[in-house]
Design a binder for this molecule. Sequence first.
Ligand SMILES: [Zn+2]
Length: 111
Amino acid sequence: MPLFVAHQRHSPETCPATAATGSQLLSHISAAAAAGHGVTIEAEVLIDGDHRLLLVVDAANREAVEDFLSFLLPYGELQVLPASTAEEAVERGVCGAARQPSPAEGHGRSV
Ligand SMILES: [Zn+2]
């Protein structure tokens, strides 16, 4: 299943890990809640000394990840990025942009 990294950044004022919202955060960032959206959590971390939450997840597509993490939207900005393992990047030959099919492909044009 495709791999995604979700990056959520919030201010100290809207930190979801505080006593008021912490239990809500834990119930959302759980294997069971993720499974309900077709998402598998591979790793989840909060950066110490900063207000950033990073998740590595498996999901069929970006929409599933955004749907799973939509509860974070009121807390700050959320980015969901397609990602690869090192092995996949090496197989592809580049770790930058994933290869997109060009419009010329499939029209019999050769280079
Ligand atoms: Zn925080």
